[in-house]
Design a protein around this ligand. Structure first.
Ligand SMILES: NC(=O)c1ccc[n+]([C@@H]2O[C@H](COP(=O)([O-])OP(=O)(O)OC[C@H]3O[C@@H](n4cnc5c(N)ncnc54)[C@H](OP(=O)(O)O)[C@@H]3O)[C@@H](O)[C@H]2O)c1
Length: 315
């Protein structure tokens, strides 16, 4: 995405709001989220996941649990385990074919609904006003829930305008706490915001140390849209779990490449949703709140950027 930030068409009020958000983004980059949102989090048990505040005031955990490929009994068990270990954000999607399993895992976890943050996504085949309403209800039925915390348009395909209108109505009815998009670039976000009455709260995009998406992050910060990283480990592609730069940084803090990666997302103020089928990895991925990458670590990681997707087959 090669797009320069344009300020010419925005009024002064919006400019001031954007400037404040931009300043917050810059602060997040230099200090990490805990210093910024610390005051919000006084009753948060030490080491547990922080919650950030979206542009509509709704709070969202900064670290969550991804469920792609976690289907059937395995998916159900993983989701229940993840919640029992402390994860509160669960990310699913209609196209994953696991909403029923995720719902069963949520039910088995024994944690009350209000404590959880459940995301699902509208698949491209369901785009358009009527289809979106139907697809949303099917998603809720499969999950066994009566509201979603976050509903995203999975990809910028089909009748996005019709889908957004339906999502705005569902949001106003209180059946979705926040609405957003996934895999949208700046031009596609500009487009949706040209007719939206409710601004997207989140954009979930591919982000990891090999595809850092700095320009997208700048745009999202400027517009007060929360960036969320999918495939925060690049699914281990390009040798992420054995990368020597990450390993040498991790050695200083007695942390693994996975933990260094997740801490890097966190210090950039980006929500990450790692997926694992292993309980030991679930625990490992939660243990990122007791150390801090310093400026030189962040600079070294910056140099790992390859500026391109690791998933060309999904393009
Ligand atoms: N919006 C979109 O278009 C989109 C696209 C892709 C993904 N997503 C979402 O993002 C989530 C995460 O992305 P992802 O599932 O593609 O991949 P990912 O989280 O980047 O990587 C998952 C892989 O990492 C391994 N892993 C996890 N923790 C580990 C650890 N501590 N040490 C070593 N290996 C570890 C897992 O293996 P083990 O099971 O063996 O631990 C698994 O093979 C998805 O599950 C989904 O919810 C969204």
């Amino acid at each position: 995405m090669k797009r320069k930030i344009q300020l010419r068409n925005i009024d002064r009020r919006e400019f001031l709001q954007n400037s404040a958000k931009f300043a917050t983004g810059a602060l997040l980059m230099s200090f990490g989220v805990s210093e910024i949102f610390g005051a919000d989090q006084s009753d948060r048990p030490e080491g547990s996941i922080e919650w950030i505040t979206l542009n509509n005031g709704i709070k969202m955990p900064i670290l969550g649990f991804g469920t792609l490929y976690l289907n059937g009994a395995e998916g159900e068990g993983c989701v229940a385990d993840a919640i029992s270990l402390g994860y509160r954000l669960i990310d699913t999607a209609t196209i994953y074919g696991n909403e029923a399993a995720v719902g069963a895992g949520i039910k088995n976890s024994g944690i009350s609904r209000e404590e959880l943050f459940v995301t699902s996504k509208l698949w491209v085949d369901d785009s358009g006003y009527e289809n979106t309403k139907k697809a949303f209800q099917t998603t809720l039925n499969k999950l066994g829930l009566d509201y979603l915390d976050l509903y995203l348009i999975h990809r910028p395909r089909g009748d996005v305008k019709g889908s957004w209108k339906a999502m705005e109505e569902l949001y106003r009815e209180g059946r979705i706490k926040a609405i957003g998009v996934s895999n949208f670039d700046a031009n596609q976000l500009d487009e949706i915001m040209s007719y939206a009455n409710i601004k997207p709260a989140v954009n979930q995009i591919e982000t990891h140390v090999f595809f850092q998406q700095e320009e997208a992050k700048l745009y999202l910060n400027q517009h007060g849209i929360q960036m969320e990283a999918w495939s925060p480990f690049a699914q281990g592609r390009n040798g992420l779990f054995t990368n020597e730069t990450l390993a040498s940084i991790g050695k200083k803090y007695d942390k693994t490449n996975a933990q260094v990666s997740l801490r890097w997302h966190y210090q950039r103020g980006v929500v990450a949703i790692p997926r694992t089928s292993q309980k030991a990895h679930m625990i490992e991925n939660l243990n990122i709140f007791d150390f801090k990458l310093d400026e030189s670590d962040m600079k070294k990681i910056e140099l790992l950027d390859l500026y391109t997707t690791q998933f060309p087959e999904w393009g």
